[in-house]
Design a protein around this ligand. Structure first.
Ligand code: SF4
Ligand code: SF4
Length: 312
């Protein structure tokens, strides 16, 4: 049996760890959210994931308007108007955390943590009996874990060395060599396919889908995968658009399931806290329910792919 060496000193950036998840692979799982994403989807519910560096979240309800953050920020990213309204320039912020360090009431929270594989495995070990009893394990999410391919690979290898099941949630918009470097250490691949039209994909996510579709074919040649589709009103919420994705998923020849997820606006408040626009408001659309997606089940199954809707 070949011995896999792990670089436990490999460092990366994460922004959250969520325990006891039932929706991101088999069994009960712990999700590690890695920072950095090449996409900026209008509906993204984790906007704090998109930049690799830490981001600052502002909770206006806690703020006592002492203006210490304005004085502390060397980038002049924080300013107050004469009548005390706080303005934040997200693009000018470097994420150094000087403002959060001086805030007396905890109204500013930094999202992002630099950590090495050894320290992260030590944190994850507290769930090892849950993994063993439920058949679960560790899922890397984001952002897109493939944006930190070296860190993701070593972390996955370290999980395998513990005997844990591994999964990855990816947008698939990464260098093909990074994709092929990581997938040998993944038991379950969950990959987003959002739209088959490259221009519409670019408008709503910031990038074309060509590399993503090409990587999906590469992954399918090595491993079974689940295709995940966020169903978004005025983007892909139609029988034609979901059917096109289903037929692509079937053509991969190795798709275990197409998992469609109803749009929700739960992330909207985070955009406010980051001083960014929630672009879905331009469309004036409401959240969707699982029931509203039922009409897609026969279309997906007719394409020859098993269908899963929401948290079923
Ligand atoms: S984290 Fe951003 S806003 Fe805060 S002090 Fe640093 S640059 Fe300024
Ligand atoms: S330092 Fe904190 S409490 Fe003071 S103005 Fe800034 S965010 Fe508000």
């Amino acid at each position: 049996m070949s011995v896999v060496t792990v670089d436990y000193k490999q460092e990366g950036d994460i922004f959250d760890i969520q325990r006891f998840s039932l929706n991101d692979g088999p069994g009960i799982r712990t999700i590690v959210f890695l920072k950095g994403c090449p996409l900026s989807c209008w509906w993204c519910s984790n906007p704090e994931s998109q930049r690799r560096r830490p981001v600052v979240m502002y909770n206006e309800a806690e703020c006592v308007h002492c203006r210490r953050c304005e004085s502390a920020c060397r980038q002049h990213a924080v300013t107050f108007t004469d009548d005390g309204v706080r303005h934040f320039n997200f693009d000018a912020c470097t994420g150094n955390g000087d403002c959060a360090a001086v805030c007396p009431v905890g109204a500013l929270v930094m999202k992002g943590q630099h950590i090495d594989v050894r320290s992260l495995i030590d944190i994850l070990k507290k769930d090892r009996s849950t993994f063993r009893h439920s058949g679960g394990g560790v899922t890397l999410s984001g952002g897109d874990p493939l944006m930190q391919a070296d860190f993701a690979r070593e972390l996955l290898k370290a999980c395998k060395a513990q005997g844990w099941n591994t999964a990855i949630e990816t947008e698939g918009c990464a260098e093909p060599c990074d994709v092929l470097d990581v997938i040998p250490y993944v038991d379950h691949i969950l990959m987003d396919i959002k739209h088959m039209d490259p221009e519409k994909h670019r408008t709503f996510t910031g990038v074309s889908n060509e590399l993503i579709l090409s990587n999906a074919r590469k992954i399918a040649a090595f491993s079974p995968l689940t295709i995940r589709v966020p169903v978004i009103p005025k983007f892909n919420h139609s029988e034609k658009e979901i059917g096109d994705i289903a037929r692509f998923a079937a053509s991969l020849g190795n798709t275990e399931c197409m998992h469609i997820l109803p749009y929700h606006s739960l992330g909207e408040n985070k955009y406010r806290m980051m001083g960014c626009e929630y672009k879905m408001n331009r469309l004036s659309v409401a959240s969707l329910s699982n029931e509203e997606l039922e009409k897609y089940r026969p279309i997906i199954e007719q394409a020859g792919v098993r269908c899963r809707i929401g948290d079923e």
